[in-house]
Design a binder for this molecule. Sequence first.
Ligand code: RP5
Length: 173
Amino acid sequence: MSKGVPLVYVFMGSDSDLPVMEECAAVFRVFGIPFEMIISSAHRSPERTAKLAVEAGKNGVKVIIAGAGAAAHLAGVIASHTTLPVIGVPLISGELGGLDALLSTVQMPAGVPVAAMAIGKAGAKNAALLAVEILALGNRKLAEHLVKYRRELSAQVEAKSKKLQDKMQKSGK
Ligand code: RP5
């Protein structure tokens, strides 16, 4: 999906998850991280999911992200097949608004960890940023890029505050 051998696999349980999981792709493009997006289900294609998880490390992957909705077992199942860090993103699907997926993702029994993110787009974006942070442990340029990214976030907040103050002044409030 991005040039080079993928350092991150971004799994999702269904193509219906793609509009949210695309947040990951956007972050990896900003940081120039090679990644691969994969649709594979813990329930509907269990053997394929297991094989991909088992082979990820051998293929040079360093971090795995897994987004799934409903009875979201994808991140946990992948984590059971690899010792690479696995980041789970609970997605909204069906009647319970993502709470089902959040609890499925976050409540891993002791021994096989999954780093659980927030529900939905914020979680997908943060999953990618956390993956970048993990990769930056061994990459000074990436670490510097992360610092710059945070500075830009701060600058955006200040700019929004200034815009609000200007607006209030103009309206005499
Ligand atoms: C989960 O079931 C997927 O991750 C998706 O969020 C949900 C519904 O899948 P579809 O019925 O839309 O394919 O496994």
